[in-house]
Design a protein. Structure first.
Length: 379
């Protein structure tokens, strides 16, 4: 009975299982809440108590929202030059700069010759465009609140002295702050430039690893020395990684109209990532056999939603137990650094990928050594 209807039953079971897995993979993207969002404050007017008061007022805002609030983590940075370096290192999503003479200018708002104090907001857009938009709205709300507080204080001063507010001052206190909004490391028309490399490189590495795994088990090659087979696998994997690493960025230029000044840095990094992925997949397949293949396919589906979010948007479990162990995270982080921050090839994600490569090669060689040893003992 089962044999007669097995394909019908397998179709039903496969469809139900796949739909369940697809919904399960979306868990990290549901009900996301940003926790400990790193933001910076630069006070260029540190000697004035009014400026210090504004800084304290900003730092006292540690959460935003009533239900599942976004929590903020403020850091004081000494100068705009230091802030620029920190932004290049992707330490902060945004910053508020209290400009020079802020307190002095604020004191003139109630005079006949008012000079508006200035504030600059900085958004590190490429770190995560979605979070960047949220931080833009947050800073807009904060500066509006500060502006309203300043206006209220001035009006209160005139009311206490029972004096009318001159027209010049009235026009000023409607918007007493000069707010300049600045975006650093903009994504421009390349918002998805980092994510587009994930699926092509990962899927191609899965296919290549699977083919190399079966090539080593091919009947015509069984009689050959296993070390020679492993060497052939490594050389073939390296050659294909170079080819895929060059062609994938070319495809993005030809088909998606993405043009990069550091094109060859991208291709070299893509090659390293591809070879690292092939090595870790091939190394694991050498121990698990075909049964390990679904792991890497499912890993792609589960990793994609996680990598689309900023780490601060993930739950504690995903952020600490899943996210750090995703090998494709190094690809996303590295591409972001190269494309938007103009990093060179030798940066942290590259070294992490090299470790992935070494682990994969160790697994492969260890399996070959173990098999060769068993053959010698058997003889």
């Amino acid at each position: 009975m089962f044999k007669k209807y097995k394909f019908w039953l397998l179709a039903a079971i496969g469809g139900i299982a796949l739909s369940f897995i697809m919904v399960l993979s979306q868990i990290p993207t549901v009900h996301t809440t940003v926790k400990n969002l790193p933001l910076a404050i630069v006070n260029e007017d540190p000697t004035n108590p009014i400026s210090e008061k504004i800084v304290d007022q900003l730092k006292n805002v540690t959460s935003v929202g009533d239900k599942n609030p976004t929590t903020l983590k403020w850091t004081t940075v000494k100068s705009t030059a230091a802030l620029k370096q920190d932004m290049s290192k992707q330490k902060f999503y945004g910053a508020i700069i209290i400009k020079r003479h802020f307190g002095e200018n604020m004191a003139t708002l109630a005079t006949s010759k008012p000079t508006k104090p200035s504030v600059t907001t900085v958004i590190n857009q490429a770190k995560n465009p979605t979070v960047g938009t949220a931080v833009t709205n947050l800073f807009s709300h904060m500066t509006t609140t500060i502006s309203g507080t300043i206006s209220k204080d001035i009006i209160t001063q005139f009311a206490l002295h029972q004096q009318p507010i001159p027209i010049v001052i009235a026009k000023t206190i409607v918007q007493p702050l000069n707010v300049t909004n600045k975006i650093v490391h903009p994504t421009e028309n390349k918002v998805n430039a980092t994510a587009i490399y994930f699926q092509p490189l990962w899927l191609s590495s899965v296919i290549i690893s699977l083919m190399l795994f079966y090539a080593a088990k091919d009947g015509q090659l069984r009689g050959q020395n296993k070390y020679r087979l492993a060497t052939m696998q490594l050389i073939t994997a390296a050659s294909l990684a170079i080819f895929i690493g060059v062609m994938t960025p070319l495809y993005t230029t030809w088909l998606l109209d993405y043009h990069f000044q550091n094109f060859w840095t991208i291709t070299l990094f893509a090659t390293i990532a591809e070879f690292s992925f092939i090595m870790i997949i091939l190394g694991i397949l050498s121990w698990t056999g075909f049964i390990g293949l679904p792991l890497f396919v499912l890993l792609m589906f589960f990793a994609l939603p996680i990598l689309q979010l900023a780490p601060e948007m993930l739950s504690h479990f995903y952020r600490n137990s899943i996210y750090p162990w995703l090998p494709m995270r190094f690809l996303i982080d590295g591409m972001r650094g190269i494309i938007y921050y103009h990093d060179g090839i030798w940066h942290t994600p590259t070294f992490n990928l090299l470790w992935v490569m070494v682990i994969g090669m160790f697994l492969l060689i260890a399996k070959v050594f173990l098999s060769q040893t068993r053959n010698i003992i058997a003889k």
